[in-house]
Every structure is written in structure tokens, then in C-alpha cells.
Write a protein that binds this ligand. Sequence first.
Ligand SMILES: [Zn+2]
Length: 404
Amino acid sequence: MPALPQPLTRLLNATLPEGRTVDVGLRGGRVSEVVEAEGRAAIEGELDLKGWVLLTAPAEPHAHLDKALSWDQIAPPMGDLRLAIDSWRAHSHTMTTESIAERAFAAAQLMLRNGTTAVRTHVDLLVGPQPLRGVQALAGLRERLQGRMDLQITALAAPDTPDEIVHAALDLGVDLVGGAPHLAPDPLRDLTRLLAIAESRGVGTDIHTDEGLDGEPTLTYYAKAVQDWPADRIRSAGHCVRQGTLEPAELAQTVEAVKAADLGIISLPITNLYLQGWQHPVSTPRGLTALRAFLDAGVKIAGGADNLRDPFNPVGRGDALETASLLVTAGHLTLTEAYHAVSAGAREVLGLPPAGAFPGAVADFLAVRGNSLGEVVAAAPADRIVLYRGALVARSSVVHETAL
Ligand SMILES: [Zn+2]
């Protein structure tokens, strides 16, 4: 493994999203001070960010690193969630721990290069013999990323995954219990089972919830079931697509329950824009959750990508700026709300300490060449500098040559 990167002592002349130009002191992996820029040149151990926008590093709240970058290999038909699951299951029995680890590492590296310093990944508990291959691959990856990137792992228990396999995954170091109760014949029963496993182990949950445009929603039930959990135990719900199609009165009740339970909501625009709406060729619904209603109520919101070039989403580039852009165009968030959802908001839902340009914060940053947040979200320049705990962990630069 390459040597751990050395921490920097100071960032100079950086433009913050609100427009101020500042110098940022770094010590012990945290921000020690943020002051108006002196305008001086950098010395050794410092980094001059003149002409760069300095952002809180993104966090990816919902990935599937075990599935990532498999589209070309599987060549699945395009289609909805059920079709994607069928394509994936047919392929997944051929994967080895090593092949999963290789793709997962490539996806993590891509995300880090784009500025993401923390990822929560789900992992399939695979059908057939050796159901824990994915868990072993991702637990190994977490070791490999140490000192460069944070990785949380959620066991994605399918409705037919036996309880003992979920427990075995937790024994191997998986952090959270997850699942997809909307795929079960009796969603509430499956959700109750998953929550009971988490409760018995004293761990948190991140459940794929109500990932469909219709059907009986379970989010309110989930919220009420976890409302008395200890404040520091993670509880979050991904997708929540059904909440985007609820009538206002029913939605209001759900929003209230989610807020009372401090349940984090994870919206995943790129994947749900792809997976939803195939049965609606006219006025195709967008398949996103009720973002504005949750935001207005003060619910914790995170934005993520979910899948990355696999049967569930053929496209994507592992870039939080892509997710932020979609939250603006498809979710109607402001630029500031959208970037917050993929960075500080995502960290909050992941239960990570705050990062960014204020004293005491974790020194995880993404600097992008540009002049404003709007420009950076719109153009997603490839020129980027990424800091993890105050140390330079990725740097990319592009050469443009144009006959104009
Ligand atoms: Zn997912």
C-alpha cells in the first residue's frame, strides 16, 4: 500500500461557496481557523487555492460497490427494478470475492478522485453457496481505504435471506442492517424482521424503503418503530419514492413521523429516474421522494447516486456534482440545498462528524477549479483537489486545447 499522505498545514486564497476568499488553518486532521485571505503565496506544507472553490467534501450515502461497474460485463436489458434484480441475480453467482473487490476498489477510487471522502455501501448477501463473498470483499476494501476514505457497510438482506446470514455478516464487521421490504410478499413483516435483528445487535439500520410509485407505504411504520432508539443509533431510509406520489394529507403524517424519529431520508435521483416510470410512457413520473416536504419540515436529507453502471443504472460517473445537478433539475432544490444534500447533509445522515470550512470541523474538502458553487455544479470541472483529514488524497487536472 502507498504511504499515507502527509497532512497540509494551511489552505490559502480559497473561494468559499458564499463568495468569501479565505485562508484555512489545518491541524490534527481538523480545521483550526478560517480567516480572510492574506493573499500571500504558499510555502511548503501549504496549498494555494486561488481560482478554486473550496467545498465540504461530498459523502456518498448509498452505494452498491459490490455491483458497481458491472454493466459492460453483464450487458443486461434496460428496464425497471424487477428486471434489474433478475439480471443481477443471474450474474451474481459467477462472482468471486476477488472480482467483487476489484470492481469495488475501482468505484471507490473513482469516487475519491471526484471528491467523495466517505461512502456508505450496501452489500448483497448473495444467493447460493458462500453468501458472504461480497461482505468479505468490502470488509477487505474498508481496510485498504483506511487513512484515505471512510467506508460504512450495510448488509442488504433480501426477503429470502435467512436471519443467520445477516448475523454472520454483522460478525464479519458489517456496520448496519439493511434490506428492501417493498420486495417482500409482506413488506411490514420483512421490515419488522430487519428491525428486530438490528435491535438484537444494538446496531443501526439503513433500509431501502418504498422504492415504487404505488403500493402500501411502510415509511411511517419504520419511523414509529425506531423513534425510541438511542439518539446516536443510525436510522435512515433510502429511496422513499412512494412518498413522492402520496396525497398531501397522508404525506404530512409521514413527514411528521419521520421528523419525530430523526430518520434520515436518502434520495437517489440518478438511479430512480432510470428505474421508475417504465409503465408510464406518457407524463412519465420522476420517481423521486417528496424532497420539498421533508426539507420544509427540517428532516435530514441526503442525496446519493445508488447504483453506478450496473443493471440498476447504466450510467453515472461516481460524482456527487452529478447528483447535486440532478437534485436541482429533477428535484427542484436550490444549488445550496442540493450541494448540502450531497455533502454536509449526507455526512449527518451517515452519522459522521461535520466537515468543512469552520473551526473544529473535520478537514475533508473538495476544491474545484471555478468561481462559484453554481458554476461548479453546472460544469463539474474535472480539475479537482481532494483532502481527507487535512491530507491531499487526490488531485486531477485537465489540459484543454481548442482551436478558438
Ligand atoms: Zn440501493
